[in-house]
Design a protein around this ligand. Structure first.
Ligand SMILES: NC(=O)c1ccc[n+]([C@@H]2O[C@H](COP(=O)([O-])OP(=O)(O)OC[C@H]3O[C@@H](n4cnc5c(N)ncnc54)[C@H](OP(=O)(O)O)[C@@H]3O)[C@@H](O)[C@H]2O)c1
Length: 368
């Protein structure tokens, strides 16, 4: 049973904690020594457990909640109390334990069905509740901004990147139901691995945010083969295969968001290769909406202007950033959080009839 719970919930190590009384610190497997999840849970007070679940937004998905209740709802008063707390976050879940219906949970859910839509702050209010999101290059910058917002809106998020240390830090910041896949988006075998993990853990993709990209200056006349290949391999080849390989997993109604750039429509000095890659990205969206006709999959391009990310700080000094501001009608650089808001719009049903567009989020810099 424990293996089943571990695979279904993926959170046994989160829940089995309190050898030292603290509830909030995620534990490693070896710290848990968890022969019985029920035994471990009853060491906590109901207040601890319900607060923990709420803060971690663990029950974003009905089947996971149902499994949880299967295991725990028979544990005396604690199970019933948990069930009542959980009903505030779930649309419905009828569970059975050893063939018997877990009455307090089921009855509580039915009794409160009418009130749930009015709850504030719960998952019912979240735009991406129960969605599965994949964010390539999700450990920093724009990708991290999007991943944070997706998670805050209730999505289960998978982030990718090449550096494990950054992925670990990002997952801690994002919180919620976040999974890490260490992968280089310019390598096709790594892309395959991303989707193997997603398929095994979530079975589908509702939001694909293809963000991993590469940029560096390259003066025309001095462009090297390496510069050309690295830029195209990540921004065009990697992005193309990230979407093509995701096709079997994309659900009906899913949203594919390609991260472009104002460089798709502008010429920047010593940036011709990068500019061309982003023009290619924009072009893909135009073709794919036709290729995907009838699949119910939307494809849009989010094209940022100057966004203050770790990557931009490698490209530009603070003085250069300041000089750029003179051209930005809004008078500031964009932030990863700004991009997260636009990404959430394109990911959600708020943009259900938006397909094939390039949405510029640039403070106006490329719009006059
Ligand atoms: N910042 C801007 O002003 C701006 C403007 C327009 C468009 N964009 C576009 O926005 C996207 C993100 O830019 P950013 O400024 O947020 O970059 P960033 O701050 O450098 O962050 C890049 C993220 O992507 C990951 N990454 C980079 N190369 C990768 C690869 N080959 N495979 C997997 N992950 C990779 C990085 O982690 P690892 O290094 O650990 O892999 C990191 O998590 C890019 O497509 C860029 O072209 C940025």
């Amino acid at each position: 049973m424990l293996d089943f719970v571990r695979s279904e919930l993926g959170l046994v190590q989160d829940v089995c904690t309190p050898t030292d009384g603290a509830v909030d610190r995620p534990r490693t497997g070896s710290e848990c020594s968890p022969p019985s999840p029920g035994r471990l849970l009853v060491k906590m007070t109901t207040h601890d457990v319900t607060g923990y679940l709420r803060r971690r937004q663990l029950f974003v998905n009905e089947s996971r909640a149902a499994v949880f209740c299967n295991v725990f709802c028979g544990e005396g008063g604690l199970g019933s109390h948990l069930a009542k707390q959980m009903q505030r976050y779930l649309p419905c879940a009828i569970t059975k334990r050893h063939g018997r219906q877990c009455e307090p949970f089921a009855a509580g859910l039915q009794a409160n069905a009418g009130n749930r839509e009015q709850s504030t702050g719960g998952l019912m209010d979240k735009k991406l509740k129960n969605k599965v999101a994949v964010v390539t290059g999700g450990s920093a910058g724009i990708g991290l901004g999007a991943a944070k917002r997706f998670a805050a809106e209730g999505a289960q998020v998978f982030i990718t990147g090449r550096r494990q240390s950054e992925l670990d830090k990002a997952a801690a910041v994002i919180g919620g139901d976040t999974h890490i896949v260490r992968a280089d988006s310019s390598k096709l075998a790594d892309i395959d691995r991303i989707y193997e993990v997603v398929k095994a853990k979530a079975g589908r993709i509702d939001i694909l945010f293809v963000n991993a990209g590469f940029y560096e200056l390259g003066r025309f006349g001095e462009i090297t083969e390496e510069h050309f290949d690295k830029t195209f391999n990540t921004n065009v080849r990697g992005l193309f295969f990230a979407v093509q390989k995701a096709l079997p997993l994309l659900s009906k109604g899913s949203s594919v968001i390609l991260v472009g750039s104002i460089a798709s429509i502008k010429g920047f000095e010593a940036f011709s290769i990068y500019d061309a890659t982003k023009a290619a990205v924009r072009s893909f969206a135009r073709s794919w909406i036709v290729d995907l006709r009838g699949r119910g999959v939307r494809v849009n391009v989010l094209s940022p202007g100057h966004i203050d990310t770790p990557g931009l700080s490698v490209l530009m000094t603070d003085e250069q950033k300041a000089s750029v501001l003179a051209n930005v009608p809004l008078g500031r650089l964009g932030t990863p959080d700004d991009m997260g808001g636009v990404a959430a719009f394109l990911a959600s049903d708020d943009s259900a009839y938006v397909n094939g567009v390039e949405l510029f989020a640039d403070g106006g810099v490329a719009q006059y």
